[in-house]
Design a protein around this ligand. Structure first.
Ligand SMILES: [Zn+2]
Length: 710
């Protein structure tokens, strides 16, 4: 393992392995097969890259992501690793050149598309090459039940037969139990050691809201939490991706559509801009994203319901791969439920396929309608137990209100029954609220007993009730009957009054607080922001010079650490996570020069906590306690405590910190001396002795000043 640790530090710039990377690498180094399930952003690729470098020969990586191979190869070359790829985008000459370097043993790693690997030409080339290992990336593509199914993946078992002595590793970031079993069987991995990592992505905040005015909600969310961040928005239809992208562009955001119907050069260009520029929003169908390893995607939004929890997990997993806070946001409504139910039932797929697809959709709906912790439910779906609610999902931070919807449900269900189960949601709601409508009169539905019986709820509220009834399986949607609602077996006890039904109350948008934003700002101190921005600008210009995405040079987390610790020498730079030898050699000097331009102000060169320094930095800008409190969203009393600590530490004089004139200052200092407050520390008696005219915070600061300068 020693060489593996050496490579981790000098080539990749990291000090330690994460999750079970070390065990996985060890088993490949021992010549064992491995099957690895690791969440996105968990450092999957290191698991095969390092053993490929340690072992003799070339590591062969099988990946379906042709469009991304160039970037993957570029990123590895930045680290000084000899890497190439072979796929249909290369011309004849380059292919031959790469084949030759393969034969010469000049490559550490080679990325190959599965269809290319399966050709006899490629296999016989490999016969003459020393292969260190095979890595089968995105292994869930082998599953015919999954949404990323690739036929060629099922033929990869040939590797085991043809190269029995070469260790193989299959990797995926998403696979439920069924898919895991399929991967093992199809790829002949029965002898492999299985490494299951937690699916948890603790830095992602999950939220699902109701689909009323979804577009407006989306805009408020983006404005509030991600005014400058890169993100992905998923929609169901191609047309919608284009209209949403245009709409966002009209609001001043750089937003680009991406779907399978666009010409491939447009798709390519949009993907490149997303990767290479800062703050781009991609509006996409599910065609976008597999293998996108942009680490700083700060949000993934769904304007439609995904078809399964796996899809939801995988799509939202593209957010926050760098481990920094990120948001998974979704709005979904009644129409989503109806449309997806219909899509599943229509289609040409066989019955078994439809049944499984429907089960998966049910599970997804369950997650949306949940009133308890979403992360617990999400992980439970992948057979994982999270002991306590996570505290980082909407249901945890703003527990939903519920109400007894039994009576409303009875009214809704009996209206469906009394109109002979022939009508869709909108019509049923019109009957319930007693709308004056010709069609209703013609059908004589203004005569039935439930006409107008539901006017205590608005139409919007009824839609929410119906959504929950359909989602929970009390009503089904008839495909052939133009979306007519039908009662299911499940609703009998409800109709007979034998069962109660808890429904979610509709959330009020104004309740949403700024909680996430505050958390994000904590990561970087105000004082470090200008340097951080300067480092990002430097990174972008270097990236543009070389035609690579900025994060290939350094991740945001690496830049943030530089901004915070301000290394002054190449040696100090080595301690920053993400700075390996090759990058230090190429970029160290330029980044050190930039850092040197931003020395830390003397006032902040201390051992006080970050939050106190944050207050000090604002104080230095001439702001008083009130203004600082307002800007930081804290109470003025807290700010005075910070100032008092800074005074006590000798960083600040009480005189300068407080808005007092000489007379006031003298009055308080005299009172402190008279009462002996320095010894007994009683602010209360001081406060009273001064006729309650000074704030406790002011007194606290002055007292701190007297205590260090008696
Ligand atoms: Zn939670």
């Amino acid at each position: 393992m020693q060489p593996a640790y050496q490579i981790l530090k000098t080539t990749f710039g990291y000090n330690e392995f994460r999750h079970n990377q070390a065990d996985i690498i060890q088993s490949l180094l021992d010549g064992q097969d491995a099957f690895t399930l690791m969440p996105t952003g968990g450092g999957k690729s290191l698991c095969y890259q390092i053993p490929a470098l340690v072992r003799d020969g070339v590591g062969v990586v099988i990946s379906p992501l042709i469009a991304l191979m160039q970037d993957q190869v570029n990123a590895l070359r930045q680290l000084g690793i000899q890497t190439a790829f072979l796929n249909s985008t290369l011309d004849q000459a380059s292919q031959q050149q790469i084949e030759q370097s393969l034969l010469d043993g000049a490559l550490d790693l080679i990325y190959i598309a599965p269809e290319r690997l399966m050709t006899e030409r490629m296999l016989s080339l490999l016969d003459q090459t020393r292969v260190a290992l095979f890595a089968i990336d995105e292994a869930h593509c082998v599953s015919q039940w999954g949404h990323d199914f690739r036929k060629e993946y099922q033929q990869l078992s040939i590797l085991h037969e043809r190269y029995p002595n070469v260790p193989r590793i299959a990797l995926t970031a998403t696979a439920d139990r069924r898919t895991r079993a399929e991967i093992i069987t199809q790829l002949n991995l029965q002898q492999a050691t299985v490494f299951l990592n937690s699916f948890d992505r603790p830095n992602i905040h999950y939220a699902v809201s109701e689909g009323q005015n979804a577009k407006e909600q989306l805009w408020r969310f983006i404005q509030r939490e991600h005014p400058q961040d890169a993100g992905i928005i998923y929609c169901l239809s191609r047309k919608k991706t284009e209209s949403i992208a245009r709409w966002l562009a009209g609001k001043g955001r750089l937003a680009l559509p991406y779907h399978a119907g666009l010409p491939s050069e447009v798709r390519q260009r949009h993907q490149e801009r997303f990767l290479r520029e800062e703050g781009v929003i991609i509006v996409a169908t599910i065609a976008f994203g597999m293998g996108i390893d942009k680490p700083d995607v700060r949000f993934v939004a769904h304007l439609n319901l995904p078809k399964s929890i796996e899809a939801y997990y995988q799509e939202t997993g593209r957010a926050g791969r760098d481990g920094e806070p990120a948001n998974a946001w979704m709005a979904y409504g009644l129409q989503d439920v109806i449309t997806l139910r219909q899509m599943m039932q229509e289609g040409d797929a066989n019955e078994q396929f439809k049944r499984i697809a429907l089960q998966k959709l049910e599970a997804m709906l369950g997650l949306c309608e949940l009133i308890s912790c979403r992360r617990q439910a999400l992980l439970a779906y992948f057979d994982e137990t999270l002991a306590a609610p996570c505290g980082n999902c909407d249901n945890c931070t703003r527990p939903p209100q519920t109400w007894d919807g039994s009576v409303a449900a009875q009214k809704a269900l009996s209206t469906v029954y009394r109109t002979n189960q022939r009508f869709g949601v909108n019509y049923i709601i019109d009957v319930l609220v007693g709308k004056d409508d010709e069609r209703i009169r013609k059908n004589r539905h203004d005569q039935i007993s439930t006409y107008g019986i539901g006017d205590e709820h608005t139409g919007v509220e009824w839609r929410s009730i119906f959504r929950q009834l359909i989602a929970q399986g009390y009503l089904s949607v008839d495909v052939d009957g133009y979306g007519a609602l039908k009662l299911t077996e499940k609703c009998r006890p409800l109709l007979r009054g034998e069962q109660r039904l808890e429904l979610r109350k509709m959330a009020r948008p104004e309740k949403i607080k700024k909680e996430k934003r505050a958390q994000k700002q904590q990561e970087l101190r105000t004082i470090d922001t200008p340097l951080f921005e300067a480092l990002r600008a430097l990174r972008l210009s270097l990236a543009q010079e070389q035609g690579v995405p900025p994060y290939v040079i350094f991740h945001d987390t690496t830049l943030a650490e530089m901004a915070r610790t301000r290394p002054a020498t190449p040696d100090a730079m080595r301690y920053i996570s993400g700075v390996g030898e090759q990058k230090l050699k190429h970029y160290g000097r330029q980044f050190l020069q930039e850092i040197a331009k931003y020395p830390l102000p003397e006032l902040l060169d201390n051992h006080l906590s970050d939050t106190i320094n944050e207050t000090l930095a604002l104080h230095q800008q001439g702001k008083d306690a009130e203004a600082i409190a307002q800007q930081r969203g804290l109470k003025p009393a807290t700010i005075y405590v910070h100032l008092a600590e800074a005074v006590a530490a000798g960083c600040l004089s009480a005189r300068d910190a407080l808005p007092l004139d000489d007379a006031q200052y003298a009055e308080i200092v005299n009172a402190i001396e008279l009462l002996g407050t320095e010894e007994d520390g009683s602010l209360k008696s001081l406060y009273e002795a001064l006729d309650e005219q000074y704030d406790y915070g002011v007194l606290r600061c002055l007292l701190a000043g007297c205590q260090i300068n008696p």
